[in-house]
Write a protein of this length. Structure first.
Ligand code: UDP
Ligand code: UDP
Length: 462
């Protein structure tokens, strides 16, 4: 093919996300963004999905963007596999997708016109990169959490392989990075025995160095230091470019009808409480949280989750929080037990604060709308993300609350922190400042906009 004829063709990019809304959402948003920039997009969906919200989000994407080509990666039947055992259904699914990844080769070669680039999730990097390398296809990784978490993800295999028994403080020092306290590190990474989280970090972290580039849903001014270190060989030598392209804005199809209840509330008066798409608090903790919210005197919108996977979350709300608490809650706020469009809520003028687990999408959405965060990280990457929030001055993180399930935080303590977050004017001011920075980053000529535009330009030439 001559250079001049390929120059005239639009770029054709395929995307392959992993399991769970936290991993899927940035892929949906990137697919939409590329599509409106005249990139031909093929979206490969691992089938079936774990949660109902994933399959609904996918249907909405394809209904709104008929120009996006849908392909399914039919996962091998679970009983035929022997994935590394994980009790987390989403982690289990990562393995199922990985073990089905050989089915990708025939799928890729069937695509027309040929692909200019492939973008996959960090949890699939080690199995997908060899497949794309074999056909000379540039492969990018979309890292779905913070750049700071990426510094750990990419250097953990060195620490884990150093033979030191005591990972008391992660040995990322060699990479020029500040020490990360042990308490922030996802606990499975500190275990001596092998587990699925460790192999996920080690295998993918090692392989990502061979990718063509790493896209990350963050922006320059929010994570300047981590991005600088990643791009200057201070975390690991030989890394391809790390390109911040966020915050990836929500698509119109994600936005459901806003809650009428919010319209009746004074500006900035409501605390929004949610722990994301896959975190269920213990019943004891749910009830203390409810008592705390009521006691704070602050009005609130609280989304309760009782099971990790939405398809199994069948208990009545009143059963979960109890009849007495339900009565008290009704006087002070609104409590629901179903999927709400979070992006729409955070953008509502009534919202003045967000009690969040600090899943990275939630952080980016709060940033986008300038809402201060009361951080209560529960699992995985969330403490590292909470630290990013705190260091940027847009939230409070109470370290002593620990990981989800470590202790039961009392209602009295929660009430105090809720009051603090809702009354702190300087946090609110800083959150509004960061909101402007985020909007500049994705606006024309902004850092994230430039990064993505350059990539698209390069793909068109491929
Ligand atoms: N989300 C939502 N409504 C809900 C729960 C979650 O819209 O009731 C969205 C939220 O806006 C975010 C994603 O689901 O985009 C969750 O991703 P995040 O990284 O915040 O956390 P995770 O669910 O992966 O723990
Ligand atoms: N984890 C969990 N629930 C979550 C997120 C993570 O139980 O909502 C667990 C997960 O099973 C794994 C560990 O936390 O054992 C590490 O998660 P990671 O940092 O890789 O974050 P993720 O990729 O899930 O966003």
């Amino acid at each position: 093919m001559s250079v001049s004829s390929s120059d005239q063709k639009p770029a054709h990019v395929a995307l392959l996300p992993s399991a769970g809304m936290g991993h899927l959402t940035p892929f949906l948003r990137l697919a939409a963004l590329l599509s409106v920039q005249n990139v031909q997009v093929t979206f490969i969906t691992p089938y079936p999905t774990v949660s109902l919200s994933e399959s609904q989000a996918l249907s909405s994407l394809f209904a709104s963007f008929p120009q996006i080509t849908r392909k399914q990666l039919h996962l091998l039947p679970l009983e035929k596999l022997n994935p590394t055992i994980s009790d987390d259904p989403f982690y289990y699914h990562f393995d199922v997708i990985r073990q089905s990844s050989h089915l990708l080769s025939p799928l890729l070669s069937s695509l027309s016109p040929p692909l200019s680039a492939f973008i996959t999730d960090m949890s699939l990097a080690s199995v997908v990169i060899p497949i794309t390398e074999a056909i000379n296809l540039p492969n990018y990784v979309l890292f779905t959490t913070s750049a700071k978490m990426m510094t750990l993800f990419l250097s953990y295999h060195i620490t884990a392989g150093s033979g030191k028994d005591d990972l008391h403080e992660m040995d990322v020092i060699k990479s020029g990075l500040e020490m990360m306290p042990k308490s922030w590190i996802p606990p499975p990474l500190l275990e001596k025995s092998n587990n699925s989280t460790k192999s996920y970090f080690i295998e993918n972290g090692k392989k990502m160095i061979e990718s063509s580039g790493i896209l990350v849903n963050t922006f320059e001014s929010f994570e300047k230091e981590s991005l600088r270190k990643l791009n200057h060989g201070e975390v690991i030598a030989g890394l391809p470019s790390v390109i911040p392209i966020g915050p990836l804005a929500a698509c119109d199809f994600e936005k459901s009808k806003p809650l009428a209840w919010l319209d009746g509330q004074p500006a900035g008066s409501i605390l929004y409480v949610s722990f994301g798409s896959r975190t269920a608090l213990s019943r004891d903790q749910v009830r203390e949280l409810g008592e705390g919210l009521v006691r704070s005197g602050i009005r609130f919108l609280w989304v309760v989750k009782d099971k990790k996977v939405d398809r199994q979350d069948n208990e009545e709300l009143e059963e979960v929080i109890g009849h007495g608490l339900m009565e008290k809650v009704k006087e002070k706020g609104l409590v629901v037990k179903n999927w709400l469009n979070q992006e729409g809520i955070l953008g509502h003028k009534a919202i003045g604060g967000f009690l969040s687990h600090c899943g990275w999408n939630s952080v980016m959405e709060a940033v986008w709308h300038g809402v201060p965060i009361l951080a209560w990280p529960q699992h995985g990457d969330q403490k590292v993300n909470a630290n990013v929030v705190e260091r940027n001055g847009m939230g409070i993180w109470v370290n002593s609350w620990g990981w989800g399930g470590e202790i039961v935080v009392t209602g009295a303590e929660i009430a105090g922190r809720v009051q603090e977050i809702m009354r702190n004017e300087s946090l609110r001011g800083q959150a509004m400042f960061i909101r402007e920075e985020a909007r500049k980053a994705v606006g024309v000529g902004g850092s994230s906009n430039k990064g993505l535009t350059e990539l698209i330009g390069m793909w068109k030439k491929f």
